[in-house]
Write a protein that binds this ligand. Structure first.
Ligand SMILES: *Cc1c(COP(=O)(O)O)cnc(C)c1O
Length: 399
């Protein structure tokens, strides 16, 4: 029988980063000393008190189905955290817990979008956004930002991108891959445009707690009650508590949208894992100094990596306000050669670094910005130093 996959899948391209990541893994498996800057997750272990909560839940038999949108305790803990940290007041019915923030975003796309709807996404963007919008048979509208304007969408760009088909603006700050974040004033500029139109704001704030130099994260929903009503705030435990494997994320927002997501979840995954919910509850309600310690380590690495990259010939690197990625511009090196090969784009450069110098970076083309590449600093200072030494050597060898 001929295999016919649903046309729904046809627009999802295999990630161009996969080839590089797979190659780096294969080299490592052969015992080659590869320095990896690819990690999309904190390199720290999940804090002990959080693991203990999961063990206790297991021992006490908390191993059955829970309510589909998460336990009352966990939804309340999410509400309490939003109130404590940002003064945002949500009812339990306005919060749904899912299997990671990626799943939260997927649920939003499925319940909010219909074919023909447009979602505005500033580039560089997290690779998952366009893919999920395609699966929902809607259309991502990509708006380029540049290093010169801090990788931030301007109100003018937003106004220009809005059409009668626009359903939502998808914001992500601090941003993956750039680390850029918006000040309150910049958000207010975007908000003025949003309020002129009937559109939703999907605000992925998964890196809200990973910010540097006293940067104040401002959730979009705090700007005004009117904006809160049309914002779907996405977050989770993955980055804040180094819990990527536990798969707990959530949405806070309009109760009808949350109810629709719950209905979809009831017919797809059901509840997120019971014991992971217990762990997330401990994360939200327990001591918060684990995050502060992690952020202090990230800051030290950020300062080092940004300074080193900026000192390299032909390279500039934006100083990120948050997250754990550097997103340097390597375009100044494009056109140079090694052997009989030319570095023409971000994939070529990433290939060159991996093949010749055993350093793995993620080419910017994966995030919609071919001039750049992403280096995660969720890896040890020792690795960072070694990797940057190799990159410096690689650049010096180009002609
Ligand atoms: C890591 C990440 C997420 C979600 O992670 P989950 O593990 O699914 O909670 C969402 N958005 C961005 C931009 C991320 O980098």
């Amino acid at each position: 029988m001929e295999v016919k996959i649903s046309p729904r899948m046809s627009k999802i391209k295999p990630s161009p980063t996969l080839a590089i990541t797979a190659k780096a893994k294969a080299l490592k498996a052969q015992g080659v000393d590869v320095v990896g800057f690819g990690a999309g997750e904190p390199d720290f272990d999940t804090p002990e008190h959080i693991k203990e909560a999961a063990v206790k839940a297991m021992r006490e038999g908390f191993t059955k189905y829970t309510p589909v949108p998460g336990t009352d305790e966990l939804r309340q803990a999410v509400a309490n955290q939003l109130l404590r940290d940002y003064g945002l007041r949500y009812e339990k019915e306005e919060i749904i817990v899912s299997c990671g923030a990626k799943h939260s975003l997927y649920n939003i796309a499925m319940v909010l979008l219909k074919p023909g709807d447009e979602v505005i996404i500033p580039a560089p963007y997290w690779v998952t956004y366009p893919a999920q919008i395609y699966v929902a048979e809607a259309t991502p509208v990509i708006i380029d930002t540049t290093e010169e304007n801090g990788f931030k969408l301007t109100p003018e760009q937003l106004e220009e991108a809005i059409t009668p088909r626009t359903k939502a603006l998808l914001l992500n700050y601090p941003n993956n891959p750039t680390g850029a974040s918006y000040s309150k004033k910049e958000l207010e500029g975007l908000a003025q445009v949003v309020l002129k139109h009937e559109i939703w704001v999907i605000s992925d704030e998964i890196y809200d707690k990973i910010v540097y130099d006293g940067f104040q994260h401002v959730p979009f929903a705090t700007l005004s009650p009117e904006l809160k009503a049309r914002t779907l705030l996405v977050n989770g435990v993955s980055k804040t508590y180094s819990m990527t494997g536990w798969r707990i994320g959530w949405v806070a927002g309009n109760r009808e949208v949350v109810a629709a997501m719950s209905k979809l979840q009831s017919q797809s995954t059901s509840n997120p894992t019971s014991i992971a919910q217990s762990a997330a509850l401990a994360a939200l309600t327990g001591p918060q100094d684990c995050t502060a310690q992690m952020v202090a380590a990230f800051k030290e690495r950020r300062d080092y990596i940004i300074q080193r990259l900026n000192s390299m010939e032909g390279v500039t690197c934006f100083n990120p306000q948050g997250a754990f990625y550097a997103f340097p511009t390597f375009a100044g090196l494009y056109g140079r050669h090694y052997g009989n090969r030319v570095i023409g784009n971000s994939l070529d450069f990433a290939d060159y670094l991996l093949n010749e110098f055993k350093v793995a970076i993620v080419p910017g083309v994966a995030f919609g910005e071919d001039r750049c590449a992403r280096l995660s600093y969720a890896t040890s200072m020792e690795n960072i130093k070694k990797g940057l030494d190799r990159i410096e050597e690689a650049i010096a060898k180009l002609k």
